[in-house]
Design a protein around this ligand. Structure first.
Ligand code: URA
Length: 444
């Protein structure tokens, strides 16, 4: 099959069959398809779109472009399941959810990413823990998934290698913004982990990856149809990112917050509500709970017994971190040298938050990367972030800044203060943390 013919057919808005798509993606993975051809193909998809069947084939071809993890030889005593998020600010759900699901009988092989743009990355958060190795060999990864029930690590070179190349070309050819390309990229990587079921957290709002609520909804619908079409039952929660999910953002600060939740504290937070809802969906979808009420009982037992925290501690230690992180977090997670409050210039109610600006503030403090390969300062970030609908008086804190130096703090103070819009009480109703749940057959 001639690669230029496949590109020509997509350019002319023809529908490609699965064989053509698999042939193209095999060539992407083995290097026989050149960057110019990848760019031309991606642009043709951006301009002409793909049918549902084409998008499913592209997802399967991405998944199958490298190693696909298999678990049956390990004789696991529960399903293999995972959650993935489109990313946000103060979104530390994975750190809590993975161990929590493991404590309920699931096995979670979670391949996570680094921070991207204004959004934080699970790997960066875990690397705030001294010794934690995000690139273990595959045997250790599999052993932890079997024995502990969860291991959160970084992308390996062998899983979905075609995506790495395709994404690299899309990034520099203005072809990131295409629904079938985005879905195949996200799901191809996830499904290569050999999952029985998947739950996606698609963020909606001004801190999310998708530019509008309609775009988030469209992405969510495509993920449900394409994931399930590729053979892995997939559901999506649309969750709010019009403000940071936790009241903190920054790597070490978010590890502290994860430990707090795993200890059973902070149950009135939006972070808890979203994590609990995702966990419920995962347990029911994978058959670990009969229904939402059963899931709630199991989740409560896992938290109250200390089992969820124990799974987190075992994962951390198994991947090279300290065995007593949970007991001595203050000792292991170094605080930032300088803290100061960003205060409200006048009294009012927080009616809007520029979530993206807060995420970029963390990057500017050194807690994220401007360029791939930049070193990260895990100590820095934001805490005590005022929530939408919260009343503040003049001079009261909007957030606390954790910086490497006073100069670093001063450099971002104005922009972070400007991220908050203060107005009349009651003039804006903050969105609920969970907007909707989409499943293959039914939507609610
Ligand atoms: N995240 C991915 O992994 N791929 C995309 O194409 C977009 C976001």
């Amino acid at each position: 099959m001639l690669i230029q013919d496949i590109i020509r057919r997509k350019r002319d808005a023809e529908t490609l069959d699965a064989d053509a798509i698999h042939a193209f993606m095999r060539g992407v993975a083995d290097g026989s398809v050149g960057d110019a051809q990848i760019g031309a193909f991606a642009m043709a998809v951006v301009l002409n779109g793909m049918t549902r069947d084409e998008a499913i084939a592209l997802t399967e071809a991405t998944r199958d472009s490298g190693q696909v993890l298999r678990w049956h030889d390990l004789h696991l005593d529960g399903p293999v399941l995972d959650k993935h998020s489109t990313g946000g600010v103060g979104d530390l759900v994975s750190l809590v959810l993975g161990p929590w699901i493991a404590a309920c009988g699931g096995h979670v092989p979670m391949i996570s990413g680094r921070g991207l743009g204004h959004t934080g990355g699970t790997l960066d958060k875990l690397e705030a823990i001294p010794g934690y190795d995000v690139t273990p060999d595959v045997d250790l990864f599999r052993r932890l998934v079997k024995d502990v029930g969860v291991a959160i690590i970084g992308q390996t070179g062998t899983l979905a290698p075609a995506d790495k190349r395709l994404y690299g070309v899309r990034d520099v050819t203005a072809t990131v913004e295409s629904l079938p390309l985005i879905v195949a990229s996200i799901l191809g990587k996830k499904l290569a982990c050999g999952l029985d079921t998947l739950v996606m957290d698609v963020k909606v709002g001004n801190g999310s990856f998708m530019p509008t609520p309609d775009a988030s909804q469209e992405l969510a619908e495509a993920i449900v149809a394409i994931g399930s079409g590729a053979g892995t039952p997939t559901s999506v929660l649309l969750t709010d990112m019009n403000q940071p999910l936790a009241d903190c953002a920054g790597n070490a600060l978010e590890v502290h917050e994860a430990l707090r939740l795993l200890r059973g504290e902070g149950r009135d937070s939006r972070l808890y509500q979203v994590t609990h809802a995702l966990a419920t969906e995962m347990l029911v979808q994978a058959g670990l709970a009969a229904d939402a009420a059963d899931a709630a009982t199991r989740l409560e037992t896992a938290l109250a017994s200390g089992e969820a925290l124990e799974r987190f501690s075992r994962m951390v230690h198994g991947l090279g971190g300290p065995s007593d992180l949970a007991e001595r977090a203050e000792h292991y997670l170094a605080p930032a040298p300088f803290t100061t409050d960003v205060v409200a210039p006048r009294a009012g109610t927080v009616n809007a938050i520029d979530t993206r600006a807060l995420g970029l503030g963390v990057v500017e403090l050194g807690g994220g990367r401007r360029n791939a390969g930049d070193a990260i300062d895990h100590r820095v970030g934001l805490s005590r972030i005022a929530a939408l609908g919260q009343r503040v008086e003049a001079g009261q804190p909007l957030l606390r800044l954790h910086a490497a130096s006073q100069a670093d703090a001063e450099a971002v103070t104005r922009q972070l203060g400007a991220a908050f819009t203060l107005g009349e009480a009651g003039s804006v109703t903050p969105a609920a943390p969970i907007h909707a749940t989409l499943r293959q057959e039914t939507s609610s």
